[in-house]
Each structure stands twice: as structure tokens, then as C-alpha cells.
Design a protein around this ligand. Structure first.
Ligand SMILES: Cc1cc2nc3c(=O)[nH]c(=O)nc-3n(C[C@H](O)[C@H](O)[C@H](O)COP(=O)(O)OP(=O)(O)OC[C@H]3O[C@@H](n4cnc5c(N)ncnc54)[C@H](O)[C@@H]3O)c2cc1C
Length: 403
């Protein structure tokens, strides 16, 4: 089987590689965040990032070419070079605005988001509404030319630093629950919003509770029509799920694990010489390879303009499963170092391969959350069973929504 993409694309791949060699990781001791921003800008200018975002909104506006896009994903993934820095706005909101928003909304929000001038958080989950998202209770009432918002969100990543929130609120309380939700854009820095951090087991506080007490946003800061928020939010989640499924990244993290087993010594010998560790690595490699080939199946469909359907759902699930398995295996390798405090480097977030026990410990803790974010693994299984395999609908999902 010839898995190459052809000579023309080999040349393109070589160009992407040499760009990455010159630009990532950033030189001159720049902090990762700054380095990431400059790097991203250079990548936009080369046409590697934001290919489907028009230039007037800060993208690189390239012709649709799923093979070129795949090569960029593979090469960036293999080098763990960041395709996104302010991921929430870029991956979840911008595609939604491009597909659903009015022109003035795109002009106001897309370019500053692409440029990193404004940052976003996602206000979906509530204390009683996670998987059953459509049961959300936060209320939005139109008073004059403003929405007045009351209620509470939870697990809101980066709310403490975000300028804006894209938020689901109940605006039509008297209709069936899916039809009563609207998608609002709400400024975070205002007296009616209180953000309370939630401390996590790795010592960081990336999540927050967000309380709304007569918080306000202009009446026209709604994406889609009143009551269409559920539909609009589906666009966001579709993009979120696709973005998480990155086979190249899983493969690179696995290679990092193999290196970790080579570098770690127990009884004076590299841990990789332990037959049980070798067996575990061999099993994991099987999963990683299968995931890569499944990724190629998805890509083939994409390149032919066909819907990948169930394959993309499976890949999201595999991606998070493999991430958890790889991270868990690192605990075996590090042995008693697993009792240390993790180093709070945010490595996993930036997609840098962990090195050293503490960073792997952080990766392990982070991997537990990834299997929940954007719809839990069980909900993914439900979706695969129902929409992919045509099984009867989940009893609970008939009563709720299933995020
Ligand atoms: C890293 C991370 C980042 C997040 N960031 C954000 C954010 O920025 N904004 C935001 O709004 N939310 C965010 N969340 C919240 C996330 O979307 C929810 O945690 C998720 O939707 C699950 O909801 P829940 O926590 O209420 O769990 P629940 O829905 O209560 O689920 C609990 C358990 O029950 C299972 N379950 C529930 N219903 C079913 C069913 N019908 N069939 C089978 N099993 C079921 C689930 O799989 C899970 O194992 C984040 C979560 C994580 C972990």
C-alpha cells in the first residue's frame, strides 16, 4: 500500500518541516507564550495556520486542500508546535462565528480573536447540567436594548482571564428545553459577573465557577436567533471534537514516553529493559498505530469530500483513551516518583512532550480531565452507538440531551 501523498506534497512537507526547524521551538529565550504568538503569526504569513479564515479577519485564506492541511497537522503535531495558543476562542468560537454570525459580529470579534487581542471562555456547563446540557437554567431576559443574565456556570476554563464568554442561556422558558436556549456573547469584566477559581489536584486553578447577578450584554450580541442557541452550539462542539482528535500528537506523546522509559533508571538500569514495561509499550504502540491508520481513514474520506461520520467520533474517543493510557503508563515507569508534586508547567496544554517525572505526573492528571471535556467518553460511546451504529436511543438521553 502506498501511503505517500505524492511528489508535489512531499515538497510541501519539506517546506513545512524546514519552517518548523527554523521557527519552533522559539529561539532567544522568549517565554513560551510570547514565542508561541510570534511563531503563530509567522505560520499565518506562510499560509500554514487559519487556512479557512479570510485574510480580512486575520487568517491566511488558502484554497481548501485537505492533503496540505493534513500535512501541516502531522508536522506540527510531530514537533508539538502549537497550532493554537488561545485555543478556546480560536477552535470553538471562531468557526461558529464564521458559519453563523452576522457580518458586523464577524468583523468585531473574529480578527481580534485570531490576533490574540481578546480572549474567550465557554459558558455551557452548570452545576446540574453537563452531559444533560440542554437542561441548563441560567436565565437571559431582554430588558430594553440589553440582555440581563442571572445564574451560574461551572468548569469554565480560563474564565479568570477571559475578556468575553460565549454562553448558553435560557431565554424562552416556556418552550421545550432545546428550543428555549440562546447563544450570547457576554463581556466578562463587569460588576454583574463574579469568577471564583476551582483548585485542581495538580495545584493549578484553570477552572472556575462563574456567577451572574444582573450581568448585561447588548441585545444584538446574540449569535443566531432567539431560541436557536442549541443549534448554534452544535457547530462549536463539532469543531471542538475534531480538534481533540490528533493522531499525530498521540504518536509524538507516545514517543516521548518511550524516551522517558529509556532515560529513567531503576536499579542502575534503564526502565525500558524491564520486560513488563516493554510489553506495556508494545501494547500501547499497537493502539497508537491503529489510531494513526484510523486517522488516515478519516482523512481519506475528507480528501474525497465525503463525511467521515462515525470514524471521526471514534477517533475522538481513541485519542483521549490513548492519551490516558500513555499517561498512566508513565506512572509505572516513574515508580515512587509518582508520589511527588507535579510540576505545574501547563505542558499538556501547550502540547509540549513532557520530560521528567514531575511533568509526566502533570500529564497524567491532565489526561483524566481530557476524557471528560467536550462530552465525556461515555457520551461519545452513546453517540457512536446511536448515530454511527443505529442502535436504539439511550433511555436517559431521551429525557436529556447528551452533550
Ligand atoms: C478539562 C475540562 C475542561 C472543561 N472546560 C469547560 C469549559 O470551558 N466550559 C464549560 O462549559 N464546561 C467545561 N467543562 C465541563 C464539561 O463539559 C463537563 O464536565 C462534561 O460535559 C460532563 O458534565 P459533568 O461534569 O456535569 O458530568 P455528568 O454529566 O454529571 O456525568 C457524570 C458521569 O456520568 C456519565 N453519564 C452522564 N450521562 C450519561 C448518559 N446519558 N449515558 C451514559 N453515561 C452518562 C458521564 O459519562 C460521566 O462519567 C470542562 C471539563 C473538563 C474536564
Amino acid at each position: 500500500m502506498d501511503l505517500s501523498y505524492g511528489k508535489e506534497y512531499d515538497e510541501f512537507r519539506a517546506q513545512v518541516r524546514s519552517f518548523l526547524e527554523e521557527n519552533w521551538p522559539p529561539q532567544g529565550g522568549a517565554s513560551r507564550d510570547d514565542g508561541g504568538r510570534q511563531f503563530r503569526q509567522a505560520a499565518i504569513e506562510r499560509g500554514y495556520l487559519y487556512r479557512n479564515i479570510p485574510k480580512r479577519y486575520g487568517g491566511s485564506e488558502q484554497e481548501a486542500d485537505s492533503i496540505a492541511a493534513q500535512i501541516i497537522r502531522e508536522e506540527f503535531g510531530a514537533k508539538h508546535a502549537p497550532m493554537e495558543i488561545r485555543a478556546i476562542g480560536m477552535m470553538m468560537l471562531v468557526p461558529t462565528l464564521l458559519e453563523r454570525a452576522e457580518e458586523w459580529q464577524k468583523e468585531k470579534f473574529v480578527r481580534p480573536t485570531v490576533m490574540g487581542e481578546i480572549t474567550w471562555c465557554q459558558g455551557y456547563s452548570e452545576p446540574g447540567s453537563g452531559s444533560d446540557l440542554a437542561s441548563l437554567q441560567t436565565r437571559g431576559v431582554l430588558e430594553g436594548d440589553e440582555w440581563v443574565i442571572n445564574g451560574q456556570k461551572i468548569w469554565t476554563t480560563s474564565a479568570m482571564e477571559a475578556d468575553w464568554m460565549f454562553c448558553l442561556v435560557r431565554t424562552e422558558p416556556d418552550v421545550p428545553k432545546h428550543a428555549g436556549i440562546s447563544y450570547l456573547l457576554i463581556p466578562m469584566k463587569q460588576p454583574g459577573i463574579e469568577v471564583r477559581p476551582l483548585k485542581q489536584m495538580n495545584g493549578t486553578a484553570e477552572f472556575n465557577e462563574v456567577f451572574f447577578t444582573d450581568a448585561r450584554t447588548p441585545a444584538d450580541h446574540i449569535v443566531g436567533q432567539r431560541g436557536e442557541g442549541w443549534l448554534v452550539s452544535r457547530t462549536t462542539l463539532k469543531h471542538e471534537r475534531n480538534s481533540i482528535a490528533a493522531a499525530a500528537q498521540a504518536a509524538a506523546t507516545f514517543q516521548g514516553l518511550v524516551q522517558f522509559a529509556r532515560d529513567t533508571k531503576r536499579g542502575g538500569r534503564p526502565v525500558i529493559e524491564d520486560p513488563l514495561v516493554r510489553e506495556q509499550l508494545a501494547i500501547l504502540e499497537g493502539y497508537v498505530c491503529a489510531h494513526e491508520y484510523s486517522g488516515l481513514r478519516q482523512f481519506t474520506k475528507d480528501a474525497k469530500g465525503e463525511s467521515p461520520g462515525i470514524i471521526s467520533m471514534m477517533n475522538k474517543l481513541h485519542s483521549t483513551n490513548i492519551g490516558s493510557m500513555v499517561a498512566k503508563a508513565s506512572l509505572e515507569i516513574m515508580g515512587e516518583d509518582g508520589l511527588m508534586d507535579p510540576v505545574q508547567t501547563g505542558l499538556a496544554k501547550l502540547g509540549v512532550i513532557p520530560s521528567g517525572s514531575q511533568a509526566w505526573l502533570n500529564q497524567y492528571m491532565y489526561s483524566l480531565g481530557i476524557a471528560v471535556a467536550g462530552g465525556t467518553a461515555n457520551i461519545q460511546r452513546n453517540v457512536i452507538g446511536e448515530r454511527g451504529l443505529g442502535l436504539p436511543r439511550d433511555h436517559y438521553a431521551n429525557r436529556s440531551s447528551g452533550k
